[in-house]
Design a protein around this ligand. Sequence first.
Ligand code: UTP
Length: 297
Amino acid sequence: MKKRVTKAIFPVAGLGTRFLPATKSVPKEIMTLVDRPLIQYAIDEARAAGIREFIFVTSRGKSALEDYFDHAPELESELRKKGKTDLLEVLKTTNMDSGAIAYIRQHKALGLGHAVWCARRLLSDEPFAVILPDDVIAAETPCLQQMVEAHAETGGNMVAAMEVPAQKTSSYGILDIKEDMGSVVSVKGMVEKPAAGKAPSNLAVIGRYILTPSIMENLTRIKSGAGGEVQLTDAIAREIEASDNVYGYRFRGQRFDCGSKAGFLQATVAFGMAREDLRDEFTSYLSDLMSSRSAAQ
Ligand code: UTP
């Protein structure tokens, strides 16, 4: 029987330099889309996919993240006194069961692969998910849930993939496809940021993964070899060579790159417009803005 995916790693130890000066004191993952921090979207997606254990790889200056998942007794009693039950319900979504959440430090930002490797002792002999909270995905069925369902059929390693225009392949890891089965593709190679015209496909890897324990062994080997950043992609590429068990999954949904300013702004507009309580006012503001801009041109 295939093992269920119940643990997820959230690598949040990056420096977030693209959002300086904000990220000098605010972790990128605490920045808010409408009224919820990025990390809340990632946690909700993981919960929907059946994840029960949440492992954060953090670094210096990320204590706001740890506080976010703690109880807030004074705030809660104040809201209770004032009868604000709806806000108490909202607060509940940030609570974690005791022992469900673990924090481990990455002492130096040595790359995503290194961050994932830091969590190795918290995993057992079962597949685990990796979620990058700065990739926010709007989807009817949450992306990781789609992947867990597909993974129950395929086993092995699975990366979330999306089609990108040819001129954008140089910004992503791109899959070299062995067999295209529709939502799932089997993969015979991965190329990091290929120049336009050199890409083996237009399927780009984004920040959701389901990985097997042997990825950790690969990361250990890479770590003891390379000097600079340890790439997760390299560990997955080794798995393709050794075991031929890597799949891409074309998820249904829209991904926003909230690690970039333009992506964050696009997500803010899209999530603002999707919210029932804001939709009318926000949409009419945007359409007035657009018409006054085009009138001025
Ligand atoms: P990014 O490539 O977006 O890097 O990392 P960053 O440091 O967060 O942001 P910029 O580029 O300086 O603006 C992708 C994901 O990998 C994590 C980040 O926290 C983010 O979730 N990461 C990256 C680590 O946890 N450790 C690292 O050493 C590097």
